[in-house]
Design a protein around this ligand. Sequence first.
Ligand code: G16
Length: 544
Amino acid sequence: MHTIEIQTQAFSDQKPGTSGLRKKVKTFQLEHYLENFIQAIFNTLGDCSNQTLALGGDGRYFNREAIQIILKMAAANGIPRIIVGQGGILSTPAASVLIRKCKLDGGIILSASHNPGGPEDDFGVKFNIANGGPAPEKFTEQIFSHASVIKAYKIMDSDDIDIDTIGEYALQDMIVEVVDSVADYADLMEQLFDFDRIKALFESGMFTMAFDAMHAVTGPYAKEILERRLGAEPDTVMNGVPLVDFGGHHPDPNLAHAKQLVEKMNSASAPDLGAASDGDGDRNMILGPGIFITPSDSLAVIAANAHLLPGYASGLSGVARSMPTSMAVDKVAERLGIECYETPTGWKFFGNLLDAGRITMCGEESFGTGSDHAREKDGLWAVLFWLNLVAAKQKSVETIMHEHWQLYGRNYYCRYDYEAVDKTAAEQLVQDLRDQSAQLAGASYGDYRIMTCDDFRYSDPIDNSVSEHQGIRILFSNGARIILRLSGTGTVGATLRIYFERYESDSERLDRDADEILQPLIEIAKQITQLEKKLDRDQPSVIT
Ligand code: G16
């Protein structure tokens, strides 16, 4: 067993996006590709001899091979200790919890999140820092700089490590500790929520739920927490066995991809609560019989009711949402008299606010909700929150949502995604809009008058770093919004996301069809951007 130094050449496309580096598996399998990026992470860390790390992934195709390569490279780079989830499995929130609990210096998480898996599909690598959260932009920019000039990487010439058996192993001078992937995370959930109350709800025989793990990483977590610790029926967890290709499905918990669950929730025998999580367990979708709770509404409900749950009984210091997320949570913050921060898309932007104690909860329209218990969004946490809420209020999901709208008004909301469109055309469309923004202010479209049109710029209140070009905002005088931005997580061409929002406070108009309410805004967006012509698409790929 010895260290070898391999000569390599830089790849020009290793710039991390919204959440790490995501590429096709075939790209990661190119000779030196994964190794270059991992070495760039180690080079960014600098002196590795005092860096203890977590390592794990969502179990998708290439996870196990990548883990072995990373372990051998970590040992060769002088990392003294690395904690690996058993079988190479760690959900993204569980990795965040592990880094925080064991006071590690960071972690490497292998996941392309909700993107499909398998030999023809996606893989990803991201680095989380000591607070348990995604590395901030200045760190990922350094990774990219190192990756762009890399000439060599170090790796051990050694046998694979047994990552399936809990215990400690030596790889040259490095200790590899293989730990239970679920236990620490499940223990933390037990501290945050009233498990006795939830257990009583299940035991009452009056309540059932369905949780769709989508053959992704949350299967074992959900089985342990929902079925074993909380006593839910044994078949509560659907698709609970993680598969390397997620059973050929797209592990994205939304109305388009969690079809089986959606059908169940719209059937006559629907359970009382339906929920799903994604590939790496950080996203969530909440449903009641016949009702879909938008992620933005879910964040608002969670913030409004946090004081009812043990982990949050002392109230919230503040809340935050990403800019395209609906402004429903702003209304809650206003009533609670707490600050509501508006950040760019990307969980990494919440890290500083959470670390500084400015916020307790945060969320995004992209099916992400979380709190200061971790530094990642957390799918099962959100599901447990809703379960605990139903148990505490003894009310249905639908009633909780309707009562919320009655009190705060309703932010009708939806998102159109145009996936895998021509990258140059999509970038040009956004640029055209930027160029047009001054003329758009003051323009009227039927009842809608544009107040301002700008390109969102975020100045972090903690470290004063500035992030430019975070999405075009078209803001109307009646409070409605159209937001356009290019996704930072796709792997083919570009994905244009358009977000539509309109607030309604008239109690007679809270139960309308969102499509109908938002249709005028959708038409305005098409007219202003000429997207159908410019992108050669007459329909979005996904509507959420
Ligand atoms: C990641 C980020 C989220 C972001 C989402 C969508 O989620 O962690 O903060 O909202 O991507 O980003 P984009 O709109 O740029 O595609 P995940 O669940 O994919 O890791």
